[in-house]
Design a binder for this molecule. Structure first.
Ligand SMILES: O=C(O)c1ccc[n+]([C@@H]2O[C@H](COP(=O)([O-])O)[C@@H](O)[C@H]2O)c1
Ligand SMILES: Cc1cc2nc[nH]c2cc1C
Length: 359
C-alpha cells in the first residue's frame, strides 16, 4: 500500500456513541435546547470525530498555505501575472499578508508549503520546500499533472498534516495561493459534481464579462478533452491529475491526513472545496473531519459544499483564499467545543428547566 491508501484505510467513521453523548449533553446545558443553532451540530461532529465527549479543544491551530502555479494561466483566465504567486509567498513569509493578520488575531501558526511554485524559492523560516514540479501543465492541452506528480503532492499533504500534528497542532486549517487556481477549481468541481462549467466557474480575483465567458469555455474545453463532462466514472486521483493543481492534490492529502489523525480540518474557500471533493471521493468518511469555514463568493464553492453536505460557518463574500475564511471561522469551532467543557447543566447550576406542560 502507498501512503494514500494506508491513510484512507486508517480513517474511521464518526463515533455514534460520542455523538449521542454530545447531543444529550447539549440538551442539559443551561440554555434553551437548540439555541446555539449550527454550533451545536459542530460540537456533535467534533465529538464524533474524537470519539469522546466532550471532544478535546481544537487548539492550538495551524494553517498550511499550499502554493503552486498553473499551466492554464497561459489561456488568459486571470488578469494577474503568474509571478504574483511567488511574490505573495514572500509576503506570507514576511508576515505582511491578510492570512498573517487573521492568524495573529486568532492565535494560529502559519506554515507555507511550496508544492509547485514556478520559480525557485530560497530557504526561509516558515517555508516548507516540497516542490513537486514548477507548476502544472496547461490542462487544455494535456493532463495538468502526471499520475506520479498528483500522488506525490497528495502524499506531501498527508505528511504536512502529520508534521503539524506532531508539533502539537490540534486543529488544522487549509490555505492556498496560486494565480489561476480558480480555473482548476472550477474544472474539479464540475468533474466531481457533474454540474456544467457555467454553473461552477466564477470570477476569481476579478474579471470582466468577456474574460469570464472565455474562462467558462476554457473549463469546458479541458473537461471535454479529458472526458470529464457529466457521468465520467473516473478515479479521483485521475481527475486530480487531469485538471487539478498541485495545491489541490496536496490539500486533498492534508484533509485525509487530518481525518486519519482524528483532528478537525477547517476548510477555506473554493480551492479547498474542490480539494475536499477529491478527498471525499477517495474516502467518504474523511468528511467527518471537515468543517466548512466559510462560503466563498465563487459559485463553484457553494456547489462543492452543497455536494459535500457541509454548512459553511461564515458568509462574508470573501474571495481571497490564503486560509483567511478558515481562520475567521476558527473561534466558532473552538467555542463550539468549549461549550461542552465549561457550560453548566441545569442540574449542576440549579437552574429550573422549561415547564413540561407548557408550549
Ligand atoms: O478562496 C477562494 O474562494 C478564492 C476565490 C477567488 C480567488 N482566490 C485566490 O485568488 C487566486 C486565484 O484567482 P484567479 O483569478 O487567478 O484564478 C488564488 O491565489 C486564490 O487563493 C481564492
Ligand atoms: C494580490 C493577491 C493576493 C492573493 N492572495 C491569495 N490570492 C491572491 C491573489 C492576488 C492577486
Amino acid at each position: 500500500m502507498n501512503l494514500i491508501e494506508e491513510t484512507v484505510a486508517s480513517i474511521a467513521p464518526p463515533d455514534g456513541a460520542a455523538m449521542r453523548d454530545a447531543r444529550d449533553l447539549q440538551a442539559r446545558l443551561t440554555k434553551p435546547p437548540g439555541s446555539l443553532g449550527v454550533l451545536e451540530e459542530v460540537s456533535v461532529r467534533l465529538a464524533g470525530l474524537a470519539g469522546q465527549c466532550p471532544p478535546p479543544l481544537p487548539e492550538p491551530a495551524a494553517v498550511a498555505v499550499f502554493a503552486a502555479d498553473h499551466g492554464v494561466h497561459a489561456q488568459g483566465v486571470t488578469p494577474w501575472p503568474q509571478e504574483v504567486t511567488a511574490q505573495m509567498v514572500a509576503n506570507f513569509l514576511a508576515g505582511g499578508a491578510v492570512v498573517n493578520a487573521f492568524a495573529a488575531q486568532v492565535g494560529a501558526a502559519v506554515t507555507v508549503v511550496d508544492i509547485g511554485v514556478a520559480t525557485e524559492l530560497e530557504e526561509a523560516p516558515g517555508l516548507l520546500r516540497r516542490k513537486i514540479a514548477p507548476g502544472t501543465a496547461d490542462m487544455t492541452a494535456g493532463p495538468a499533472m502526471t499520475a506520479d506528480q498528483a500522488r506525490r503532492a497528495a502524499e506531501t499533504g498527508i505528511e504536512v498534516a502529520r508534521d503539524l500534528h506532531a508539533q502539537g497542532a490540534r486543529c488544522l486549517l487549509t490555505g492556498d495561493m496560486g494565480i489561476a487556481n480558480t480555473t482548476a477549481s472550477a474544472a474539479l468541481i464540475a468533474a466531481f459534481t457533474g454540474l456544467p462549467p457555467e454553473r461552477v466557474t466564477g470570477r476569481g480575483t476579478g474579471i470582466d464579462d468577456a474574460t469570464h465567458a472565455h474562462k467558462v469555455e476554457v473549463v469546458r474545453t479541458a473537461l471535454d478533452r479529458h472526458g470529464l463532462l457529466e457521468g465520467h466514472g473516473r478515479a479521483p486521483m485521475e481527475v486530480l491529475a487531469a485538471v487539478g493543481g498541485l495545491e489541490h492534490a496536496a490539500i486533498a492529502g492534508f484533509v485525509l491526513g487530518a481525518a486519519a489523525l482524528r483532528v478537525p480540518v477547517v476548510l477555506d474557500g473554493v480551492i479547498a472545496g474542490a480539494a475536499a471533493l477529491a478527498a471525499a471521493a477517495l474516502c467518504p468518511d474523511a468528511l467527518g473531519a471537515c468543517v466548512a469555514g466559510h462560503r466563498s463568493a465563487e459559485p463553484g464553492h457553494g456547489a462543492a459544499v452543497d455536494h459535500l453536505g457541509l454548512r459553511p460557518l461564515v458568509d462574508l463574500e470573501l474571495r481571497l483564499g490564503e486560509g483567511t475564511g478558515a481562520l475567521l471561522a476558527l473561534p466558532l469551532v473552538q467555542g463550539a467545543a468549549r461549550v461542552l467543557h465549561e457550560v453548566a447543566t441545569f442540574d449542576s447550576a440549579g437552574v429550573s428547566e422549561k415547564d413540561a406542560g407548557r408550549p
